[in-house]
Design a protein around this ligand. Structure first.
Ligand SMILES: Nc1ncnc2c1ncn2[C@@H]1O[C@H](COP(=O)(O)OP(=O)(O)OP(=O)(O)O)[C@@H](O)[C@H]1O
Length: 264
């Protein structure tokens, strides 16, 4: 990614998150079948990179889906940028483990899909799309279809597709979980550079303590199931961070501290 291209794209308003005692029970014909969240409270500051860690089934994806507006909470407060979440919106970009791209559209068409669907396809948006493709290193792949892209390229195309909406909050659900080690490291580097340039708020779900330590300002550890806030830890490592930092004593110590909370 080019830092210059990133400068030109400019920063959008980042959005803060406030969760208070969020509860969610999944029901089948109105009968409760599974309590996923049993009182999660958390604040994320505008521009912060927060990682969400916790054992399998503790409700990390459910929490992210509630923030995205895909599923409603049963009770509690869910505010993004001071407003209650009532449904999905372009102010919140969501990235999953499988990049969401329409297979019948080219990279360029995929990136412009959202603005086009909203009737907001202006010259400025097209120019922004061109800059974004440069930023994510896909300028030469603008006419390629998803099946013609590598795994990492597909992820970067999905990034561009989300970033064209200038979301103040990026919600990422184990986005690099299925990638090989080298592509994953490249995507982590790419994400760090992107975030350092744009400073949007990020809530990032991962199973990987090392990934959380490398990326996050803070880590929220959920206990469960059912999910509840166990601890919120400051990573406290200097920025900007690089992959080489993972070998420092400070990094290993920070990682151990998180693992201890996780294993409680
Ligand atoms: N649509 C649904 N209907 C019923 N139960 C659900 C539904 N979605 C999630 N659950 C349940 O809610 C709980 C939390 O699931 P969730 O996927 O949020 O956990 P997670 O922490 O993201 O898990 P993992 O780390 O394994 O991905 C689980 O017990 C799951 O079975």
């Amino acid at each position: 990614m080019s830092a210059v291209a990133e400068e030109r794209v400019g920063a959008q308003q980042s959005a803060g998150v406030r969760l208070r005692d969020v509860r969610k029970t999944f029901r089948n014909r109105r009968r409760p079948v599974r309590t996923a969240l049993d009182g999660v409270s958390l604040d994320v500051a505008p521009g912060e990179f927060l990682c969400l860690l916790g054992p399998s089934g503790c409700g990390k994806s459910t929490l992210l889906n509630i923030l995205a507006g895909f599923v409603p909470a049963d009770s509690g407060q869910v505010l993004v940028d001071g407003r209650p979440v009532t449904g999905p919106g372009p102010d919140r970009g969501v990235l999953f483990q499988t990049p969401m791209l329409f297979p019948w559209l080219t990279t360029w068409q995929n990136v412009l899909y959202g603005p086009k669907a909203r009737g907001a396809l202006t010259r400025q948006v097209r120019e922004e799309a061109e800059r974004l493709l440069e930023t994510v290193g896909l300028a030469d792949a603008r006419d390629a279809y998803p099946h013609e892209l590598s795994g990492g390229m597909r992820h970067r195309a999905a990034f561009a597709r989300v970033l064209i909406n200038r979301p103040g909050l990026l919600l990422m659900d184990e986005p690099f979980g299925a990638l090989d080690a080298i592509t994953r490291a490249n995507m982590q580097r790419f994400l760090l550079e992107l975030w350092q340039g744009r400073r949007m708020t990020i809530v990032f779900v991962t199973h990987d303590v090392e990934e959380a330590t490398l990326l996050g300002d803070r880590v929220c550890v959920l206990s469960g199931p059912p999910g509840a806030t166990e601890a919120v830890l400051d990573i406290g490592l200097r920025r900007p961070r690089t992959y080489e930092d993972t070998e420092t004593l400070e990094f290993v110590t920070a990682k151990r501290r998180i693992r201890e909370v996780l294993e409680r």
